[in-house]
Design a protein around this ligand. Structure first.
Ligand code: DP6
Length: 346
């Protein structure tokens, strides 16, 4: 049977990826700089039943006349549209070539978190797809090689192949642009509360917005600084130096948003709620010497990083700002990256 399933967690970048290297074909998603992330999972509480996890099943068979893919929701199986199928095939086609088969596939993918939660992540989706596809095609690929194929679907997916802290090396070819773990889970004490400011879909997806990075005059500076930041933050993670990690992560986030806001067209992913949370984190740090730091991806939601023992404090601060409990999600490092599972979705 050529059928397999995988489960994968999303990741949050501390050193951001925002731009493809123009010297390589854009479909390869070779980035302009190294990036560093934490693979994250939800800490369960009574107040939120959200689980940051994607589950995907894929089967190759002569019974399928066409490639087909579906998103599984609680009530429906929704077929992926043409654009989504094209992106899925960016990962499946090269693996199918490697396996020397022309068999068509059926795939079903399910996010274990509400689709309209502002938490959707293509990173977990494409990493799960890569792992399941490689297994179904009986390709015996290392995590490193899997990360290069996941990258073809979505850059940040390369990092979700691994658990703990992960570095995606920019590289200068398909083979050398891979992700590897730099620190296993719990070697560095960190957790986060995600403040979901807006549950809606973003107006401009990362996949599109990232193409505008080169039009910002600040982009070359961001690229050079990112390489330095990646080096410094790796050292700080390995030394369990939380304030240095937090400060560098904030800088990387602000550099990325500076590029976004000054690109053509300009991209404003923040809304007023985003800025309020950022200011509260900075004020709390200044006035009460709490070790809280922020990061924001291509959207309005804020991750408030803290030490594990300060999670309640961070949660209370965000709740007291008026953010409803159901929009506060506690996360920690996920030990495992993308893994093969026995449960199939069809
Ligand atoms: C802002 O190309 O991985 O999250 O595939 O659209 O999810 P999508 O995005 P991707 O770019 C993500 C960019 C980022 C920063 C990061 O994760 O490094």
């Amino acid at each position: 049977m050529m059928k397999a399933s995988a489960q994968t967690h999303p990741n949050i970048a501390l050193i951001k990826y925002w731009g493809r290297n123009p010297n390589f074909p854009s479909h390869l998603n070779i980035p302009t700089n190294d990036s560093i992330s934490m693979t994250k999972e939800t800490i369960h509480s009574d107040k939120s039943n959200i689980e940051l996890l994607t589950h995907t099943t894929i089967e190759f068979s002569e019974h399928y006349e066409d490639d087909e893919g579906f998103l599984k929701t609680e009530t429906d199986l929704i077929p992926f549209n043409e654009f989504q199928m094209k992106r899925i095939k960016k990962v499946v086609d090269p693996l199918r070539r490697l396996a020397q088969t022309v068999l068509k596939f059926k795939m079903v993918s399910e996010n274990k978190f509400p689709t309209a939660a502002g938490l959707a992540s293509s990173a977990s989706a494409f990493a799960a797809l890569t792992t399941a596809t490689s297994k179904a095609l009986k390709l015996d690929l290392s995590q490193k090689v899997l990360s290069t194929f996941a990258r073809l679907g979505s850059g940040s997916a390369a990092r979700s192949i691994h658990g703990g802290f992960v570095r995606w090396h920019k590289g200068d070819s398909h083979e050398t642009s891979y992700a590897e773990q730099i620190c296993a889970c719990n070697e560095f004490d960190i957790a986060a509360v995600i403040a979901v400011i807006d549950r809606g879909e973003k107006a401009v997806s990362s996949d599109v917005g990232i193409n505008y990075a080169h039009s910002s005059a600040f982009n070359p500076v961001r690229i050079t600084e990112s390489q330095k930041q990646a080096k410094k933050i790796t050292k700080a993670i390995l030394n369990d130096d939380f304030p240095t990690v937090g400060k560098i992560a904030e800088k990387s986030c602000l550099y990325m948003h500076s590029v976004m806001m000054t690109s053509e067209p300009p991209l404003f992913y923040w809304n007023p709620g985003t800025l309020s949370v950022i200011k509260s984190i900075i004020n709390k740090r200044k006035n009460e010497e709490t070790e809280f730091y922020f990061t924001v991806d291509a959207g309005p939601n804020v991750h408030c990083f803290c030490r594990m023992e300060d999670l309640d404090l961070a949660h209370t601060m965000l709740r007291d700002m008026g953010i409803p409990e159901r929009n506060l999600v506690r996360v920690r490092q996920a030990e495992q990256g993308s893994k093969v599972v026995e449960q199939h979705l069809f």
